[in-house]
Design a protein around this ligand. Structure first.
Ligand code: HPA
Length: 270
């Protein structure tokens, strides 16, 4: 993998994606963040050597580079999911590349269902800890020890300092920011009532289909990471409604301005 990373990184440096300070993975809730960025470079994933999409028809993903709140940022617009058929190494390749290009912090967003029923749809949750239910690890491959420790400590996978900043920013601007445990499943099917009960019992506050692989790799690279979920639906096993995709999208859009303001504030403070 080292050689692949070197090839990709050399290519991107040659295209001007050099020395970014902060990496951002745009999930749900941050899709309009690029409107706030002074974009200097952009490149479609399928033009980047060794990017997982090179062999798959995948047109909308791109890497952006520019300045936001005075900082050099690199943005993954479009992420990879295990439910699309990618491996956990594919899903996290972009994190390794942004790290190799020089980022010092990683910021991530996603959409999640609320398991903790004190949390309501349309609200935000700062991920404080996680449960990996994807059935594998992005670090389970031959040669992982050449890129970092094999037995990565996960006692505090999310950066306390950036978490504190996000919490004070939320408080100062009157944004409701819950804090909790995110469970990551493969999907793409949603959970059954029995699975929602199980997720609650094991200590999850929210459930989604992303983020945990990227966070594990960030920890492997000793890259401080924060992640925020937009809660798009309430997963009450005793009153479960059929999934309503237009409503999920509406909830994500409702929360987006708060999410963008928090991320911009955090970036300004770094
Ligand atoms: N499960 C349930 N609800 C959700 C999810 C999920 O993975 N993602 C967004 N809402």
């Amino acid at each position: 993998m080292i050689n692949l990373i070197e090839q990709t990184t050399d290519f991107l440096k040659g295209k001007g994606f050099d020395n970014p300070e902060i990496g951002i993975i745009l999930g749900t809730g941050l899709e309009r963040l690029p409107e706030h960025v002074e974009i200097q470079k952009e490149i479609s994933y399928n033009l980047i050597p060794n990017f997982p999409t090179a062999t798959v028809a995948f047109h909308k993903g791109k890497l952006l580079y520019g300045t936001l709140a005075g900082k050099r940022v690199i943005i993954m617009q479009g992420r990879f999911h295990v439910y699309e058929g990618y491996t956990l190494q594919d899903v996290t390749y972009g994190v390794r590349i942004m790290h190799a290009l020089g980022i010092k912090k990683l910021l991530v967003s996603n959409a999640a269902g609320a398991i903790n029923l004190n949390f309501k749809k349309g609200e935000l949750m700062l991920i404080d800890d996680h449960i990996n239910l994807q059935g594998g690890s992005p670090l389970a491959f031959n040669g992982v020890d050449q890129l970092g420790d094999r037995f990565v400590d996960m006692a505090a996978p999310y950066d306390t300092e950036m978490n504190n900043t996000l919490e004070s920013l939320a408080k100062a601007s009157g944004v409701q920011l819950h804090k909790g445990v995110y469970a990551s499943v493969v999907g793409p099917q949603l959970e059954t009532r029995a699975e929602y009960r199980y997720l609650k019992i094991i200590g999850a506050d929210a459930v989604g289909m992303s983020t945990v692989p990227e966070v594990i790799v960030a920890n492997h690279l000793r890259l401080p990471v924060v992640a925020v979920s937009v809660l798009t639906d309430e997963c009450d096993p005793d009153n479960l409604q059929p999934v309503d995709i237009p409503e999920i999208i509406a909830m994500a859009e409702k929360a987006e301005p708060d999410m963008i303001a928090l991320f911009k504030g955090l970036i300004e403070s770094l």
